[in-house]
Structure formats: structure tokens, C-alpha cells
Ligand binder design. Structure first.
Ligand code: HEC
Length: 158
């Protein structure tokens, strides 16, 4: 049986497919040849802010240096639990900077973290986190130095 170009044999089809796939892969290049989009397009801090102007709007890129705050919650009752549950979104310092609050007030904050901000904090961890916050609240250092908090571990409320 004579086959035309428009009626290729299965073998020809398979070979053609192989050649086509190879050409596509060569065109794309190896993974190492590609940079992630974000890196390619991120403006380096040294460069002047880039600007995109539209008909009614001008978008300006700015570069912001966020503070590098890796201070954990200082030692205290269930410090490990609160460090495991409460440091993924904001620094411990952020939570430590609150005034002395009652257990109920802390409970409202922790529930806000869970319900509103979707913090993946298991309900079983909440009482321990409240123990920590109630015991440590007001004694916590706002400057991130753990010494102020570790000075008094009496657990007293006064
Ligand atoms: C899913 C992310 C997330 C997690 C996890 C999380 N938080 Fe927050 N937290 C937020 C956001 C968002 C804010 C609000 C930040 C702002 O207002 O600038 C916030 C604010 C706070 C504040 C400031 C007071 C307030 O009411 O806004 C405290 C205190 C706090 N968090 C404590 C905690 C504690 C304790 C935990 C662990 C139980 C926790 N956070 C876990 C997202 C989170």
C-alpha cells in the first residue's frame, strides 16, 4: 500500500513525534538555563525604583528592608509550644510587645489568630499557649532580649 505524506504510517508518525518532542525540548533548554521569574524581574536594591505608567495609574516599585527578627519566645511554661505555633507569620517580638493582658484577653487574641488569620494552631495547644502568655505577659522584653523575662520565673501575678 502506498502512503502519502498526508497518510503517514504509524512508524512515520512515531518518528515524527520523537523529532518534534526533541526539538521542543532543545528549544526550552535545560532547567539550569532558566531563572525563576521572580529573580529575573526583582529589582536589585541598588537600582533606582522602576516605574510602570498606565493611562490613569503609575506603579512604582520600591524596595523595603524588613527587620531580621529571629528572637524566639523566651523560656517559660510551654515555651516550645508557643514557639512552634506562633512564630510562622510574625516575630515573637511582635506578640511580646503587648501590654500585660488577662488570660481572657489573650484567649481572644489567640482565637483571632486561629479564626481570622487562619493560624494552624490545634485547639489542644491553646490552653498551654494561654498559660505561657498569661504567666509571661508584662514581663516579656520588648527589645527581644530574653534576660528581662528570665529574671522572674515565680509565676506570680503581681
Ligand atoms: C497565620 C498567621 C499567624 C499566626 C500563625 C499567628 N498570628 Fe498573630 N497575627 C497575625 C496577623 C496577620 C496579625 C496582625 C498584624 C497586624 O495587625 O499588623 C497578628 C497579630 C498578633 C498580635 C498583635 C495584637 C493583635 O491583636 O493584632 C499578637 C499579640 C499575636 N498576633 C499573637 C499571636 C500568637 C500568640 C500566636 C500563636 C497562637 C499567633 N499570633 C500566631 C497572624 C498570625
Amino acid at each position: 500500500m502506498k502512503r502519502s505524506f498526508l497518510d503517514p504510517s504509524p512508524g512515520t508518525l512515531a518518528f515524527g513525534g520523537l523529532v518534534f518532542t526533541s526539538l521542543v525540548l532543545v528549544a526550552i533548554g535545560p532547567p539550569s538555563a532558566r531563572k525563576p521569574w521572580a529573580i529575573e524581574n526583582a529589582s536589585s536594591p541598588a537600582s533606582a525604583p522602576s516605574q510602570v505608567a498606565g493611562p490613569d495609574i503609575t506603579l512604582v516599585s520600591v524596595s523595603v528592608d524588613l527587620p531580621d527578627d529571629t528572637v524566639p519566645f523566651p523560656d517559660g511554661p510551654h515555651a516550645a509550644v508557643i514557639n512552634a505555633n506562633c512564630t510562622s507569620c510574625h516575630s515573637a517580638t511582635m506578640a511580646l510587645s503587648q501590654p500585660r493582658l488577662s488570660r481572657d484577653q489573650w484567649k481572644a487574641i489567640v482565637e483571632k489568630m486561629r479564626a481570622t488569620y487562619k493560624a494552624p494552631v490545634p485547639a489542644s495547644a491553646v490552653p498551654e499557649i494561654l498559660d505561657y502568655l498569661t504567666a509571661m505577659s508584662g514581663k516579656l522584653p520588648v527589645n527581644g532580649s530574653p534576660t528581662a523575662a528570665s529574671a522572674d520565673r515565680s509565676g506570680g501575678t503581681g
